[in-house]
Ligand binder design. Sequence first.
Ligand SMILES: Nc1ncnc2c1ncn2[C@@H]1O[C@H](COP(=O)(O)OP(=O)(O)OP(=O)(O)O)[C@@H](O)[C@H]1O
Ligand SMILES: [Mg+2]
Length: 507
Amino acid sequence: MKEPINSQPEEKPLLKLKNVSKSFPGVKALDGVELDVRAGEVHALLGENGAGKSTLMKILAGIYQPDGGEVILEDQLVHMSSPLEAREHGVLLIHQELSLVPDMTVAENVFLGNIPRFANIFVNNRHLNERCGEILTRLNCKFKPTEKLGNLSIANQQMVEIARALVFQPKVVVFDEPTASLTDYEKVVLFGVIRELKESGTAIVYISHRMDEIFELSDRISVLRDGTYQGTFYTRQTNEDEVTQRMIGRDLDADIEHQPPELGAKALQVSGLGIEGLYSDISFDVHAGEVVGFYGLVGAGRTEIMETIFGLRKPDSGSVQINGQNLAINSPSDAIDHGLGLVPESRKEQGLVLGMSCKDNTTLANISEFTKLGWIDTSAERKVFEEYMDKLRIKCPGWEYSTLNLSGGNQQKVVIGKWLSTSPKILILDEPTRGIDVGSKSEIHHLIRELAKTGLAVIVVSSEMPEVLTVSDRIIAMYDGRITRCFDRGEVTEDTLIRAITGQTER
Ligand SMILES: Nc1ncnc2c1ncn2[C@@H]1O[C@H](COP(=O)(O)OP(=O)(O)OP(=O)(O)O)[C@@H](O)[C@H]1O
Ligand SMILES: [Mg+2]
């Protein structure tokens, strides 16, 4: 294997992190980490879930204090004791988990901590909204500066975070998994913004689990593994295999060998389902033992259909049959009683109670199973959590650990474990590997195939083509609230699939 390069002496870094360490109770999150970032470069930070990427960046942004090490900005040793101080030094972090205030307007959020004041006292709202409007136009956003942030979709809220980067004219901007909830179009806009910042000499740190993005955008790549620094590579001189090797310390599991499914009875049959304005005329079925992929662009209506099946929305028309029976599913608890499980798209809002322990989150959906005469059987709960911690490789010091303190990807794994522990007959996974590193991703794909083999009916909603192609026996393509085509595994090609999700084919 090639030895990674370090920065060349003639290229002076704008930012240097030296020998940075940080421990949390039970976890050494960072151990002597190095990073240097130059002006005008996009520097990708790569590592498995829980490797320490967000922690390192939170230290840089003054959110956490390091136990040891130095932050050097333009040759000066700096102490960032708060996010405000970091911003005064020109460092801005765009968070993985949104950090905006839902009750304030878009404009107020954009200027958060930096509100232009009139005569230093009054906030000039008109001025605020005007300046915000200009930035939103630049970002091609369709919503208004005066809109309440909480009313926006997650993707639009993410755009508001990004708008903040343009207000501060920072020296260093960190993007921590910015594209996880963006549509392809918004992603193009974001990449434009990043290139603009780069041209203007800003140093950019970019964190993502999507290799295609990293290779498209970055100039150099630094790798972390288990809180340790694994080296820096020039993007043009390396490749996915090499950095993945560095990142997970082994080669990626071999590709899934696809065996045709052993189909059981029809587990789920959806006929003519529709909700005015969201989707219409949705009919499909899923057999026991089968994985059906739902592929389409963000906004095609896939999530809404799954939420309807799970009792979170009321359909205007159509019916859902489970095991050949018409059942009334009016709430998620009806759905769970009938053997349905849903791993939702947004783990923070729908999937986890962040203040609760890993164990309690895992058993939350079927707590009655663990309750005997009013007592909760904690050791049984623990066993279940530990089983999934192992199966899903959840990086966490123990069952009592609060999910609030887990890395983003590990939170997602706890949500998956929670639903698997309900032993569902029909399992719906909505964007199951969003924010999950490449190593764990392939493990989750294996797990999905295994689950189907044991007789589960599985639906996977995904916006990632390689993912649907890897896991599905059949693929249902959606465009604008309708099913455009249904492919058998053997007949699908990338080209026909793309045409189907962009409305270029008729049923
Ligand atoms: N506030 C905290 N309290 C306790 N432990 C924490 C805290 N923040 C992070 N950790 C732990 O530190 C380790 C590194 O987490 P970090 O969030 O930096 O990972 P990451 O590389 O960003 O992962 P991901 O790709 O999943 O976002 C994890 O084991 C995590 O559980
Ligand atoms: Mg992170």
